[in-house]
Design a protein around this ligand. Structure first.
Ligand code: S3P
Length: 167
């Protein structure tokens, strides 16, 4: 089986859906952010604070390189991973990219009070979050092999939609 690579904006449910999907498909789930954290020995937030976003993006590409050599994985990417063409090429070479498409109003609710995402730790958080969302959505839609409407569905229902579309 080829990898299934979940992409989409922060808070769209990549990790939750990825875990559930891996259970249903009896296969291995990898969260790219956790993979990077394990390799770097520090949290994403600390990587950003100590070394900056550019360095994090390099680690992200290294992770995409390593993971795209494997098969049969369910991979949850970080929200910025597929904005880089190189990462997209790598991830597509070993699998299908699936976008979890969630409306901004729902993302806003899900990320309320979240302090774990370095890109959202800023005084103009709400405005920045919307700007980033609007800039990224067309890219997500462009790179995705499959777009799943995941706004008002349970993780189980999103999994069923993915399974019926890929099988
Ligand atoms: C990022 C999203 C995060 C993480 C990092 C950067 C982004 O992952 O990779 O903070 O650029 O959108 P999640 O999408 O899992 O929050």
């Amino acid at each position: 089986m080829n990898n299934i690579v979940l992409c989409g904006y922060m808070g769209c449910g990549k990790t939750t859906v990825g875990k559930a999907l891996a259970l249903k498909m009896n296969t291995v789930f990898i969260d790219m952010d956790e993979y990077i954290e394990a390799a770097a020995g520090m949290h994403i937030r600390s990587i950003f604070e100590k070394f900056g976003e550019e360095h994090f993006r390099k680690l992200e590409t290294m992770a995409a390189e390593e993971l795209s050599k494997k098969n049969g994985l369910i991979i949850a990417t970080g929200g910025g991973a597929v904005l880089n063409h190189k990462n997209v090429g790598l991830l597509k070479s070993s699998g299908k990219i699936v976008l979890l498409d969630v409306p901004f109003t729902e993302i806003e609710k899900r990320l309320e009070g979240d302090r774990s995402r370095p890109l959202l730790l800023r005084p103009d958080r709400d405005q920045a979050m919307l700007q980033l969302y609007c800039a990224r959505l067309p890219v997500y839609r462009e790179v995705a092999d499959l777009i799943i409407d995941a706004g008002d569905k349970s993780p189980d229902d999103v999994c069923s939609d993915i399974l019926s579309a890929v099988s």
